[in-house]
Design a protein around this ligand. Sequence first.
Ligand code: ZN
Length: 235
Amino acid sequence: MSELETLYRLQQLDARIFELRAAMENHPYIEELAELRLEEEECSRRLSEAESSLGASSRKMARLEAEIVSLDDKLSREEGKLFGGQVTNPKELRGLQAEVRSLRKQKDALETELLEEMESQDATRAVLEELRTRHGELKSRIEDKEAALRAETGEMGAELESLEREREGLSSLLAKDLLDLYDRLRAAKQNLAVVKVVDGVCQGCRVELPGKEYDRFLKSEGIFRCSNCGRILVR
Ligand SMILES: [Zn+2]
């Protein structure tokens, strides 16, 4: 290959490398995955909220149950005194009756509270169950999507690697000055530094080369640049 042919091949490689990188970076699955991961995070957050609210509810129920047990003890003691026949003083008996009524009332209130807490805990459990299912679904959708992305970009990645190896080989054949010019042009000219001339028209800027310039180009051996866009021209 002549220097120019090598340069042109390098340009083709770079164009494909650029295309592949863009396709990999902009793969639609990447955005879909980002959205799924956001959803999964939100679900995870709600899940731990529900779990901690379930924990708080269980602690509250245990406390209510313990209070009810202790009230029960107190109640049996007072009722024992009331019905045991040891207390005969009417004033004292009335006092005991009032105490028993008040303890029963407290116990009723605690039992109602316990019942309400159980109902609310059932609701929380149902929500938790739903969230766990949803979370599991999201996780497996993410895994599937990641695998699909790997499968789709794997081939591109392999092609990219082989192109990059070829590129390294080719660029080692070119003079540093020429490579520098090529890189500068590529940076300035939308990644397109070396272009063909077809029917006298530069394929980089689509401007027709003036007659004399075209003649000189056809006879030229070395590097020839478009007078309009500055790109390196090949036949
Ligand atoms: Zn041009």
